[in-house]
Design a protein around this ligand. Structure first.
Ligand code: IFM
Length: 461
């Protein structure tokens, strides 16, 4: 790693999310979220796994802060569980829930680690879902109220705030193909959800500003999309539809205050039913941000394909006439995701080239790999594939910096093995192995590798 260097002040971090690590889903007044409900429905999550026990972080957080201190990160990215803070999403604030995050933030600061707080990493209070969830405009307003409550308590101690994490998953997996909570399928709900998530982001940003937050943005899981046959106009059009669904539906409203020109071709007749859009919304959505978070794992290669569902009345909003093509040359992680690190450099450079001065500074707010790594007979976890993955992607970030892209930091996903949504506990992304039966934490080889990278960076800057 001696040749891998970053500018002074570059932030190295690690991330987690509330539902994936906290457990304690009924403790101290926490209300149910859509993920509690979804996990309880048979067949939704592999192995019938739920948010219990996760990593018991709610109780073991001091141990996890100590791990972060040993890792040497500048910053820790975590999310606040909305149903801990406002259990029904719109009623009374639960002081005990806020107290937990106050303790965590104070513990991080005492350990010399900068907290980076995400307000929404998918755990919508169930009661709001019962009223329509992100299909309903009202949810955007409830989200802004929640943002104001959290910022009222923590704006003085948390420098970096993210409104939403990966709204694509909330909209298109939650209300499109139904793979994520709340598991809704078919028709326009995903497009309404996408719009209300964007509106919620804009309204929450106003609330954060009013509370004095200095650095605020959003984290998007943006795709690097290539046509399977670069000479095929049909594949090129399919790639644009994929980019529209994954990237442009977010970046165009946020950064340019407009909807993507390619939305009509992408969604066909579904796009005609946009009665949820109101005058003035785009101005709220496009309010300037201090950073854009980019979450990146794997590229997408797509070819033109017919609709998966021929009946338009049954079609969901992820059905956009493209199909993914597997890259036979690439190694694939335990998620079966192709490892092609330089595509991250291309994505970051491409964003700069496409948006120019409209693009705020970037952070890579998530990057990492799930590997089938378990402790060996000597108790150590030698995750060499993860180290190669991280090394490659950090080189891609360094390449983007060398090309003049303003990237301010990198957060490894994840500090701990954790609950990987519909895959349950079977997929392990952590730099620290978690034995869920004993809650024993074992730092993997990648933990030592990342610690070394950070400490060399400190010594040289
Ligand atoms: O674990 C997730 C995280 O919650 C959101 N981004 C992708 C990660 C890996 O799938």
């Amino acid at each position: 790693m001696a040749d891998l260097s970053f500018p002074p002040g570059f932030v190295f971090g690690a991330g987690t999310a509330a539902f994936q690590i906290e457990g304690a889903t009924a403790a101290d007044g926490r209300g149910p979220s859509i993920w509690d409900t979804f996990c309880a429905e048979p067949g939704r999550v592999a192995g019938g796994d739920t948010g219990e026990p996760a990593c018991e972080h709610y109780r073991r957080w001091p141990q996890d802060v100590e791990l972060l201190r040993r890792l040497g990160v500048d910053s820790y990215r975590f999310s606040v569980a909305w149903p801990r803070v406002r259990p029904t999403g719109s009623g009374a604030v639960n002081r005990a829930g806020l107290d937990f995050y106050e303790r965590l933030v104070d513990g991080l600061l005492a350990a010399g680690i900068e907290p980076a707080l995400t307000l929404y990493h998918w755990d919508l209070p169930q009661e709001l879902e019962d009223g329509g969830g992100w299909r309903a405009r009202d949810t955007a307003h409830r989200f802004a109220e929640y943002a104001a409550v959290v910022a009222g308590a923590l704006a003085d101690r948390v420098p970096r705030w993210t409104t939403l994490n990966e709204p694509w998953c909330s909209a298109f997996l939650g209300y499109g193909n139904g793979v994520h909570a709340p598991g809704v399928r078919s028709g326009t709900p995903a497009l309404a959800a996408a719009h209300h998530l964007l509106l919620g982001h804009g309204l929450a940003l106003e609330a954060l500003r009013a509370a004095g937050v200095r650095e605020a943005g959003i984290s998007l899981n943006l795709d690097h999309v290539s046509p399977a046959d670069p000479d095929s106009p049909a594949d090129a059009a399919a790639a644009l539809r994929a980019r529209t669904q994954r990237n442009l539906v977010w970046t165009e409203p946020l950064l340019r205050g407009r909807h993507p020109a390619s939305e009509a071709d992408t969604w066909g007749e579904l796009i005609g039913r946009q009665d949820f859009r109101r005058d003035g919304d785009l101005a709220v959505i496009a309010a300037p941000m201090d950073f854009l978070g980019v979450n990146y794992y794997t590229p997408a290669t797509v070819r033109a394909a017919p609709y998966a569902e021929p009946d338009p009345s049954l079609r969901d909003a992820t059905d956009n006439r493209f199909a993914h093509v597997r890259d036979p040359r690439a190694r694939h992680t335990a998620m079966d995701w192709a490892v092609v690190p330089d595509t991250l450099r291309e994505l970051l450079v491409g964003l700069r080239d496409e948006y120019g001065a409209a693009l705020p500074p970037l952070y890579v707010t998530e990057n990492g790999s799930a590997e089938d790594d378990l402790p060996g007979p000597d108790g150590t976890v030698r995750d060499t594939d993860r180290i190669a993955y991280l090394d490659g992607h950090l080189r891609a970030v360094a390449g983007a910096l060398a090309a003049g892209v303003d990237v301010r930091g990198y957060y490894l996903w994840s500090l701990l093995d954790n609950f990987e949504w519909s895959y349950g506990y079977g997929k392990r992304f952590g730099a620290v192995h978690v034995d869920y039966a004993t809650q024993r934490r074992t730092p993997k080889s990648s933990f030592a590798w990342y610690r070394e990278l950070i400490s060399r960076h400190r010594a040289s800057s």
